[in-house]
Write a protein of this length. Structure first.
Lengths: 435, 327, 287
């Protein structure tokens, strides 16, 4: 009786476990030769990336790229780091936001491909290129897109209030007050504690660089004068009540864009796509201008987003992967596809010539990409550290409290918390930290 | 499946043995059988529950040591941490507030949810004649159980946000200001409401099932004696469903301590939910945002132990009868 | 006649009116968000954020078409995946739970109490805590980012085993097992031909229970899967919502998707509602 039963039970468990092996045996061969056909996985969250990749696949039967669409920069990095920790499960190629590059390098997740891609430095603006080299001789990816900050505003509302696009932050504050006084429901913008990337861009514009390398030690400069100036400025506007304190990217914010209670947005070059998706009916009412300045004589800007394409350390075919990465971000055909099909703003300087038509949502703004190109050039240098996520999640918590409190002093105090949390985390992990 | 011998040998062997004690099962002689039935469950349990838990325990005692700038390929090593992760977790200034928050949350959710579930179950039971309304109500109240917590939180999020909520419109229609559910005082209720909405129906069904298994004749005599429906509910029905209430309490308690998806989904909508709002959110933040699975593992172990002590402690207090009647 | 019955029926009616009102209030509370999602999914993207919240519109089919068009009908693949995860996972889990529950309820053997208590303790462990170690272990087998990564862990359900044990204890009389044995039926045959049919009602409950649990699961597939073609509906919808700063959240698609995703479960509830009799403490009130 046992004889009859036991094999069944065993078979049931074994069947479950064994069939797995059969299913997961789709590994590529591990030979490094480029003549043999290989299939490489590419994690990207850029829309229509699969269509861009189709162009490559058609011409390179031996190096086939399979795009796995990701939900966004943060979930993708989380998954990659978990896969690195586990020792398997990572893709070959990875889209990585610039601010995540040091984290990924530090976790040994992305590989130095300087030998494979050769000298591409000349094809990218210095600041962008620095984001993938971290100031060393290594190359941890090829820049894909950049995202300089610009100022988007409802031209109808500005005209009605007799306002022009603010040239300086003082203008912006005055406009904020005027708009809100004229209609207490209207705001020129909101301070969003969920968007650390935007605040970083604003600090970058003011001249901050939160991390730095001093010899063989990291330095952390979050609670420093330039960032304090930015925090105090926004805290002041929130305290006065002329700028809203609710997060962006919520249904509430969408409604506010639609019903015209949010009439301005400090955002990046990709903003028209978001506005179109969030408030399509306001098409034709928006305009773009260069960022308001701290010093009108020395125009500067920061970035919000932007990413590179990297090869992971788990890839068995780094050479082929690097070949694709280099094509994707420098080949004229690829750049055209990136700009027009994937709707990104390519980082390569060659792409400027390709972008002549303004985005559909701002179709009347013929100089859209001229403004963007100026902005891209004016981006200030900024160094990211190996624990950006820690600083950002600290930003979320500390500035959420400050925004809720609506006190300018709470905004500058939040910087103390951020600085402390970030330094403590580095020290805890064993990084050399200066100061 | 098994096409081999029908194996009459074992049954043949049974009568040959001296007469077994009347209550003893013949299984005693074929001691491998229950283990064989248990084998798939045990193997899977070991692989997907026990091993991960042991692994988490191991990780909680480790940490990563970075050297220098931490940018080279060999700059990270995993080392022994002892109880460092535990001390850091327990002394984290965010940890205690998140624990008290969950405690307060549990005090709101568990009694409200079970109270509502009991009330609805009793009403359904008392109203056995009105089949159509009872059926409609039963299915409607059970319906939220079909909605994943992530989706439920998204839907309620829409209903909480002033600019898109119909509730705001209703309040404004009568000239009132709607309470801001996502303000610092409202957040707790906002999260609790989602849990109550999602959980009442299931618990109602559990209690209702227990009520239904009681023959109506039991109440008839009470009614003849002049007892009101209230009295019958209080004196007869509630004591009868007590074991079910105990079980729903334990499972609700466990679910409460694990509250995660609702505040996690609401967090980006408001300034009032921090990344460490509940202990499990802290686990998530440490593991996924900070990439520190070691601290996350230590906090996990603490949460698991606390859940374990609380739920088994509770069962000890109310008696193990309900849980494990046969031992 | 009427004069006699009126006094006794009148309080009954009042009571019933109160009871009915309360029940309907409860139902209204539970249906409000469902009603909202139904109305919201009929609105175009612009209307969703501009017209009165509870005013329906006419764009439901446009929204469904738009959702279906997203990445060549990926949404429907998510639905199929979810059905696969929940269907196969729940079926396997039910069989495994039935076997284990039967063994725990109907056999005496050394270690029984310990095994049961250990399995019970498994109920207490939150999925969030298990997700990472499960990932790390499955990654060692090279199984992450496959259907199996989501299926295998869902085969084991301590809660299902707990329920199956209660059902087996309550529904399977020991005498019948004895009789079956005396007839010369093997253990497996007895289980398949006698025990399973007797536990049928309870097992359908276990199945439904696990089905809903897997259908609603988020954390495990979220961690395990890198390829969105393998996503279940919860992870897929979450992705449509959180696309990162440079992409707008696809609210209309998410809302329409959420609506469609609960339809199968509602259908399941309605067709199998007589099995929704979850008796967590059957032993205590054995009728």
């Amino acid at each position: 009786m046992n004889k009859k039963f036991v094999p069944f039970a065993a078979a049931l468990t074994a069947a479950a476990l064994l069939s797995v092996t059969a299913c997961s045996s789709s590994d590529d061969s591990d030979s490094g030769s480029s003549d043999e056909p290989v299939s490489l996985t590419y994690w990207s969250w850029t829309p229509n990336m699969d269509k861009v990749v189709d162009a490559w696949n058609a011409k390179n039967p031996n190096i086939q790229i399979v795009v796995n669409k990701q939900d966004g920069g943060d979930p993708a990095v989380t998954k990659l780091l978990t896969a690195i920790q586990a020792g398997s499960g990572a893709p070959d190629i990875m889209q990585a936001e610039y601010q995540k590059v040091p984290t990924l390098v530090s976790a040994d997740a992305i590989a130095d491909i300087s030998a494979e891609v050769g000298d591409l430095k000349a094809k990218f603006p210095d600041g962008v290129w620095n984001g993938v080299t971290l100031g060393s001789d290594a190359v941890y990816g090829v820049p894909q897109d950049s995202a300089p900050l610009m100022f988007f505003y409802r031209s109808d509302v500005f005209e009605k209030n007799g306002l022009e696009a603010p040239k300086t932050w003082d203008d912006y504050a005055a406009a904020a007050e005027k708009i809100h006084k004229a209609d207490p429901k209207q705001y020129i913008g909101t301070f969003s504690a969920t968007d650390a990337g935007l605040f970083t861009g604003l600090a970058q514009q003011a001249g901050a660089s939160w991390w730095g390398v001093n010899g063989d030690a990291w330095s952390v400069n979050i609670n420093e004068p330039a960032t304090q100036k930015v925090a105090a400025y926004w805290g002041g506007l929130v305290e006065k009540g002329v700028v809203d304190n609710k997060p962006m990217y919520t249904p509430d914010w969408n409604a506010a864009l639609n019903d015209g209670t949010q009439v301005g947005w400090v955002s990046a070059v990709w903003a028209p796509g978001v506005l179109e998706g969030s408030a399509a009916d306001t098409k034709g009412k928006w305009k773009v201008a260069a960022m308001p300045q701290w010093d009108a004589a020395a125009p500067a800007t920061g970035n919000w987003g932007g990413s590179a394409t990297s090869v992971t350390t788990q890839s068995k075919h780094p050479k082929q992967a690097a070949e694709f990465v280099s094509w994707l971000n420098t080949d004229p055909e690829a750049l055209k596809l990136l700009a027009n099909t994937a709707n990104v703003y390519p980082a390569s300087t060659d792409a400027t010539a390709l972008l002549t038509e303004p985005p559909a949502f701002l179709s009347e703004q013929a100089d859209y990409y001229a403004i963007a190109a100026e902005a891209a050039k004016a981006a200030k240098p900024f160094t990211y550290g190996p624990n950006v996520n820690v600083a950002y999640s600290s930003f979320n918590d500390a500035f959420a409290k400050a925004a809720e409190a609506k006190k300018a002093s709470a905004f500058t105090e939040a910087l103390t918390t951020m600085q402390q949390t970030t330094v403590d985390d580095l020290k805890k992990a064993g990084f050399n930290v200066a100061g | 499946m098994s096409l081999t011998t029908p194996a009459p040998t074992t049954t043949a062997a049974a009568p040959a043995k001296p007469a077994p004690a009347p209550r003893a099962r013949s299984a005693n002689k074929r001691s491998g059988v229950p283990y064989a039935f248990l084998a798939p469950a045990l193997v899977l349990f070991a692989a997907f529950l026990a091993a991960p838990i042991v692994y988490a325990g191991w990780l909680s005692l480790r940490k990563v040591k970075v050297s220098g700038l931490g940018l080279g390929a060999k700059s990270r090593t995993e080392i022994w941490a002892g109880l460092d992760n535990y001390t850091r977790s327990l002394t984290d200034p965010e940890f205690l507030p998140s624990v008290t928050r969950v405690g307060a949350y549990g005090l709101i959710v568990v009694p409200t949810m079970l109270g509502l579930a009991l009330l609805m179950a009793l009403l359904l039971d008392a109203d056995r004649t009105r089949e159509s309304i009872g059926k409609f109500a039963r299915i409607s109240i059970f319906l939220p159980y079909a909605v994943p917590a992530v989706v439920a939180s998204l839907l309620w999020g829409f209903l909480y946000l002033p600019r898109v909520s119909p509730i705001t419109d209703l309040f404004e229609a009568v000239g009132l200001t709607a309470p801001n559910m996502l303000s610092s005082s409202g957040t707790m209720w906002a999260v609790a409401n989602i849990a109550i909405w999602g959980g009442t129906g299931f618990n109602m069904i559990v209690i209702y099932t227990a009520l239904r298994s009681v023959p109506t004749s039991l109440y008839e005599s009470a009614r003849i004696d002049g007892a009101s429906e209230m009295m019958i509910a209080w004196k007869i029905k509630i004591p009868i469903v007590m074991p079910s209430l105990v079980m729903t309490f334990v499972f609700s308690l466990i679910a409460t301590l694990q509250v995660f998806a609702e505040p996690m989904t609401l967090r980006p909508l408001a300034n009032t939910i921090s990344t460490t709002w509940t202990p499990l959110m802290k686990v998530y933040r440490d593991a996924f945002t900070r990439n520190d699975i070691y601290s996350a593992a230590a906090t996990s172990v603490i949460i698991a132990l606390a859940t374990f002590i609380l739920s088994f402690g509770f069962l000890k207090v109310v008696g193990r009868r309900a849980f494990n009647q046969e031992d | 006649m009427t004069t006699v019955s009126l006094p006794t029926r009148k309080p009954g009616r009042n009571r019933s009116a109160v009871a009915t009102t309360l029940l309907l209030l409860g139902a209204a509370y539970c249906l409000l968000p469902v009603l909202w999602v139904l109305i919201a999914s009929s609105k175009s993207a612009g209307e969703l954020f501009s017209t009165f919240t509870l005013a329906p519109s006419t764009h439901l089919f446009d929204n469904i078409a738009e959702l279906s068009g997203y990445r060549d009908g990926l949404y429907w693949r998510w639905m199929a995946n979810t059905a696969l995860y929940a269907g196969v996972g729940a079926a396997a889990s039910t069989l495994i739970s039935a076997m284990a529950g039967y063994a725990l309820a109907k056999f005496d053997f050394p270690g029984k109490g310990t095994i049961f208590n250990i399995i019970l303790a498994g109920v207490l462990v939150p999925g969030v805590i298990l997700a990472i170690p499960q990932y790390l272990l499955l990654a060692k087998l090279g199984m992450t980012n496959t259907y199996w990564a989501v299926l295998l862990p869902s085969f084991i359900s301590p809660y299902g085993i707990y329920l199956a044990r209660i059902f087996a204890a309550a529904a399977v009389p020991t005498e019948i097992l004895e009789a079956s044995r005396i007839d010369g039926a093997g253990d497996w045959r007895t289980f398949a031909k006698v025990v399973l049919p007797m536990m049928r009602t309870g097992l359908v409950t276990v199945f439904l229970f696990q089905f809903v649990a897997i259908w609603n699961n988020f954390m495990l597939p979220y961690i395990m899967l890198g390829d969105d073609k393998l996503y279940p509906i919860t992870v897929g919808l979450n992705g449509l919502l959180n696309q990162g700063a440079s992409q707008p959240a696809m609210y209309t698609s998410v809302i329409t998707g959420a609506l469609i995703s609960i339809v199968p479960l509602i259908a399941l509830f309605l067709t199998l509602q007589r099995y929704w009799q979850v008796d967590l403490a059957a032993g205590g009130v054995k009728a």
